[in-house]
Design a protein around this ligand. Structure first.
Ligand code: OGA
Ligand code: NI
Length: 358
């Protein structure tokens, strides 16, 4: 039996709940007190590094280039998260695609329901991850679509309204995939691997790329719930285009949650579990979550750059030694993703479960 064919309960759109004007959250969205936003202390004094890619993409100054590589290396080791500016994705394109998706979520419910998704592929308009009956739910709706490999791209599943949707998604995807290719080289070199190592380990030209647009409606009791549960991203690398106006993303730093304050025209980069595995845990895919608020809705676009599904992902031989034995056993991304699609997001439990017991 394929337990991923349908949702275990009728889907409730979080946006409908928010629009209905309720003052009290339904039980399904209320977290255990220890999981609520205010339980763990919030650190306001730290922020994830902001890195200017100009010296890598345009300038010819070798010293500056090395300094930028070093800053990225530090950010990958210490945070697993950083913001980039001068990254080559046009700010006007970022603005238009974010507005486009905001407009999509503002369409009447019936127009969006046409794209309602199922847990088989998750493509389309969704409101939950995981099929566990009775699970706690996140305060968000989303739209999920595949861009690469081309064999799984199905533009018929992408919205036709707003009118420019398909065209803009293609243009934005191309720009983000290009940026990811550049970052993969930088990370490889920083790890002491050949420049193409990570890209090849991911399948060369056959990598996966998919977009999840998150919509976080206003919430009447934001202290009791979360927009997205704590998780690390299962794939390779994520490029997040945050809301230009509302913060909400929090990154774990030890016992604290650090709120990311987006800066204008920046993109947020974070490493996923597959890079943690290939780097033999030199780089970490860091846990993050999203908090919501009662005043403003929030829209974000998370672009996931992933290995081809059927390749075994394992620590790079060069990063395994007597002193640093392989921390993970090999697994394909397809196997890994299936696990997450069944069980939903559970902090770092997936990548931890791959750990070799030694
Ligand atoms: C995600 C995610 C963060 C955000 O979609 O995996 O972590 O700020 N999103 O929406
Ligand atoms: Ni994430």
């Amino acid at each position: 039996m394929n337990c991923l064919q349908s949702w275990p309960e009728p889907i409730v759109r979080v946006q409908s709940l928010s629009d209905s004007g309720i003052h009290v959250l339904p039980d399904r969205y209320i977290r255990h007190p220890s999981d609520r936003p205010s339980f763990t202390s919030i650190s306001t004094h730290a922020n994830i590094p902001v890195i200017d890619l100009h010296s890598l993409l345009a300038a010819r100054d070798a010293g500056l280039r090395q300094a930028t590589l070093d800053r990225i290396s530090g950010a990958c080791r210490e945070w697993g998260f950083f913001q980039v500016v001068n990254h080559g994705v046009r700010p006007e394109l970022m603005k238009s695609i974010r507005q486009l998706w905001r407009d999509f979520f503002h369409l009447p419910l019936e127009a969006k329901q046409v794209y309602a998704n199922s847990p088989t592929t998750y493509e389309g308009y969704g409101s939950r991850l995981g099929v566990e009956k009775g699970a706690k739910l996140d305060w968000s709706d989303y739209f999920f679509l595949n861009y690469l490999p081309e064999s799984v791209r199905d533009e018929n599943k992408w919205p036709t309204t707003p009118e420019s949707c398909r065209e803009l998604v293609n243009e934005y995807s191309k720009a983000v995939v290009k940026l990811c290719g550049i970052l993969m080289k930088i990370l490889s070199v920083n790890l002491g691997l050949e420049e193409d190592y990570l890209q090849n380990a991911f399948g060369g030209d056959d990598i996966g790329a998919c977009l999840r647009v998150n919509y976080y409606p206003k919430c009447p009791q934001p202290d009791l719930t979360l927009g997205i549960s704590p998780h690390s991203d299962p794939g390779g690398m994520t490029i997040l285009l945050p809301d230009d106006d509302v913060s909400g993303l929090q990154v774990r730093k030890g016992e604290h949650w650090v709120t990311v304050e987006p800066i204008p025209d920046a993109l947020i980069v974070n490493l996923g579990d597959q890079i943690q595995v290939i780097s033999n845990a030199i780089y970490k895919s860091v846990e993050h979550r999203v908090i919501v608020n009662s005043i403003k809705e929030r829209v974000s676009l998370a672009y996931f750059y992933n290995p081809r599904g059927d390749l075994l992902i394992e620590p790079a031989k060069k990063l395994v030694s007597k002193d640093r034995p392989a921390s993970y056993s090999a697994m394909t991304f397809d196997q890994y993703r299936l696990f997450i699609r069944k069980s939903g997001l559970w902090g770092k439990s997936q990548v931890e479960s791959l750990k070799c017991s030694q």
